[in-house]
Design a protein around this ligand. Structure first.
Ligand code: BEZ
Ligand code: FE
Length: 304
């Protein structure tokens, strides 16, 4: 005689998985794990996930692990292209009125950029149209911030960041600058161009399978750090760039879109060493003071 096992109801499986975390000593970890289980189970039930689809999902996660190394971060690409990075950013940085908006860090940030003198060029080899970027870092009270650090990186006109480009010096198109006593900074960069995020891995296959494109609008990255202020991770987008309305990682905020001014090659204000047409951008950045719950000012700067 065969015994018929009654199907275990989905709700019971979910309850058992949630209960397995009940003894977690960290209340926050317990909350996260139980919510994770609840939402993943609801997703599986919602879409009626088949065994084949589940196997495919495991294969995708495995491929994501295999392609990830010190230079290539496919997990961040998943987070970015699914909008999770922007959601986490929105929760973490509700910029008060007047403060510069934040946006995602992206996978091409490399710590340890060289400190360069104000006015220096971050392009260590030919990389496109020269761009003179200058402005002031202030607090939301309007006071200039002396000694603020601008950690800057961008891609060149071959669309690559130095970290992706075997033919480029390690420090090409990146650098750190410190504001002067009046909070002012200036550096030479290149006009950014749109680029495709790396689409030869599982994220690229997801984008192709869902008829999405892999492009980002032209931008320059900045992390601005100053004692007593929350570090600002942001981009400046070129207002003339394609893809501003369809950034594949949803990172464009209207306040970060800026118009570059075009200059002729013989403009007397051209930066040192520039003898072709160039662009400039005045960029004022506003940081938020960092505060603990008891009102003490601390620097909660990001660690990378
Ligand atoms: C970037 O801006 O560098 C970037 C952000 C998300 C995905 C890929 C690249
Ligand atoms: Fe970028």
């Amino acid at each position: 005689m065969t015994t018929r096992h009654s199907a275990v109801p989905a709700a019971l499986i979910t309850q058992q998985a949630r209960d397995s975390f009940q003894s977690t000593s960290s209340a926050r970890l317990r909350e996260i794990m139980q919510a994770l289980v609840t939402h993943i189970h609801a997703f599986v039930v919602d879409v009626g996930l088949t065994e084949d689809e589940w196997t495919t999902a495991i294969d995708i996660l495995t491929a994501t692990g295999h392609i990830t190394d010190d230079q290539r971060q496919e997990f961040i690409l998943w987070s970015d292209t699914l909008g999770v990075s922007m959601l986490v950013d929105a929760l973490a940085h509700p910029a008060p009125d007047g403060a510069t908006d934040s946006t995602i860090l992206g996978p091409f940030y490399v710590s340890g950029s060289p400190v360069r003198p104000l006015g220096a060029n971050i392009a260590e080899q030919e990389a496109g149209t020269a761009a003179w970027i200058h402005g002031t870092v202030r607090g939301i009270d309007g006071a200039p911030i002396a000694g603020a650090e601008l950690d800057v990186w961008q891609n060149g006109d071959n669309r690559l960041y130095a970290v992706q480009d075997a033919g480029a010096p390690d420090d090409h198109l990146r650098g750190k600058f410190y504001t002067d006593d009046d909070g002012r900074f200036a550096f030479q960069a290149v006009r950014p161009v749109p680029y495709s995020l790396p689409d030869d891995g599982p994220v690229g296959r997801m984008l192709a399978a869902t008829s999405r494109h892999p492009w980002r609008p032209a931008h320059i990255h900045l992390v601005v750090r100053a004692p007593g202020h929350t570090s600002l991770t942001t981009h400046i987008f070129d207002a003339d760039s394609p893809y501003l309305h369809s950034d594949t990682v949803f990172a464009v905020k209207p306040s970060l879109v800026r118009t570059f001014t075009e200059h002729a090659d013989d403009d007397p204000d051209r930066p040192v060493g520039v003898d072709t047409a160039w662009v400039s951008l005045k960029l004022d950045l506003v940081l938020v003071p960092s505060q603990t719950d008891d009102g003490l000012v601390v620097d909660r700067g990001r660690t990378h």
